[in-house]
Design a protein around this ligand. Sequence first.
Ligand code: URA
Length: 230
Amino acid sequence: MRLDQFIANSTELSRKEAKRAISRGEVTINEQICKGANTQLVGDERVAWSGTRLSLPGERYLMMNKPAGVVSATTDSDHPTALDLLPADITRNLHIAGRLDADTTGLLLLTTDGQWSHRVTSPRTDCPKTYRVTLSEPLTDAATQQLERGVDLHNDPKPTRPARIQILDGGVIELTISEGRYHQVKRMLAAVGNHVKALHRVRIGQVELDKALKPGEYRELTCQEKDSLA
Ligand code: URA
């Protein structure tokens, strides 16, 4: 979408007024003034007018406590999807920001806002995701250090970025990573000779899974939660 269109859609300004505001230097993209009304937004920019962060109106932002056995997809012919757990009238244009494996439980974000979900999931934005991981064996000190440095994954040319580890109990840890490669947590633990028995996402950035949500339940994000991931 062009910048002037985005400003007109997300404020009370007309397209003409949006162009004027842009040429007066009132609009920033990623904190840099941008005076090009025809600048194309690719999807992950932070756009602000006179210092106020803008987003398109009518967007929806939800968190769900994803149960096991549900796939993170909008449609699936064989399994129930996260969208199947929501009332039909709110699922229009909703997509998942950061998938989980079918057997992984916990925090799933769903939104209609493609720019926002891109910022949540893009490795470039470094948004941390925290998982509670139940292991088949207690994590050794050597394995902890390896994960904190970064490990080589099977069939993957690049080592993982350094992870943060908190040992909760012998076989249960909290692992924080800022990438989202395929089966990443399970593969990281396999790379250090362990095995993931259960995986539960507890946090994305500063957004924590609401403990009041039972598996399969959802709620709207608060503005503060939504903006904390902006
Ligand atoms: N890492 C995994 O291995 N699975 C998930 O569902 C999420 C992260």
